[in-house]
Design a protein around this ligand. Structure first.
Ligand SMILES: [Zn+2]
Length: 199
């Protein structure tokens, strides 16, 4: 209780200090000189933003650059189509997986079918999916093994009456991990994945 009171006091003091600082800053008169820029002139403001005077207007080049960068990032790596438009919803699914729009994906698949590499490509895609799934599973095993001693189950006896029950398994954490890893190795073998691909 004493500690709580102390913390509240400290917090209140911090808030007060903060408030005073804000008030002081708030009353400081803002002196900003109006600088007349010449057409074509470039400069950097106190926040590090680059500006340019163009057609009688101050253009924020930094902002423009960051918008362009964002546009590049969300554009198809094949045809350059911008992905964040309302009309491109169907493309997004493909884009998230491959970095390319639906049309580019279809075109590439067609090209692979014609030159006879499609089957190989599809197999590789399936293999990569399995690998990423197995890597996630491996992480899960670590988490389960490390936390199983603290594992608790919610056991509902009657509606709303929840009892927390300790999970009681008569093996050690490292034994459980060993068991799960054996199952994991088995899964790797069944899926036909070379363990080297998982390193
Ligand atoms: Zn495209």
């Amino acid at each position: 209780m004493k500690l709580e009171k102390l913390n509240t006091k400290t917090l209140q003091k911090t808030l007060n200090d903060d408030y005073e600082k804000k008030v002081v800053i708030g009353y400081e008169p803002i002196k900003r000189e109006q600088i007349i820029r010449e057409e074509g002139e470039t400069w950097t403001d106190e926040k590090g933003n680059k500006w340019k005077r163009e057609d009688g207007k101050n253009i924020n080049i930094s902002l423009q650059e960051s918008i362009e960068e964002q546009k590049r990032f969300f554009s198809c790596k094949g045809c350059g189509k911008y992905m964040l438009l309302e009309t491109n919803r169907k493309d997004i699914k493909f884009f998230m997986k491959t970095g390319k729009c639906m049309d580019c994906n279809v075109e590439e698949d067609n090209a692979r079918m014609i030159n006879g590499t499609y089957k190989e490509y599809e197999q590789e895609k399936i293999k990569q999916n399995k690998i990423s799934w197995l890597k996630d599973l491996r992480k899960e095993i670590n988490i389960v093994a490390e936390n199983y001693n603290n594992q608790q189950y919610m056991n509902e006896i009657t509606p709303g009456n929840v009892e927390i029950e300790k999970w009681n398994i008569d093996i050690e954490s490292n034994q459980l991990k060993e068991l799960l890893l054996k199952m994991y190795d088995n899964t790797v073998a069944v899926l036909g994945i070379d363990p080297k691909d998982l390193e």
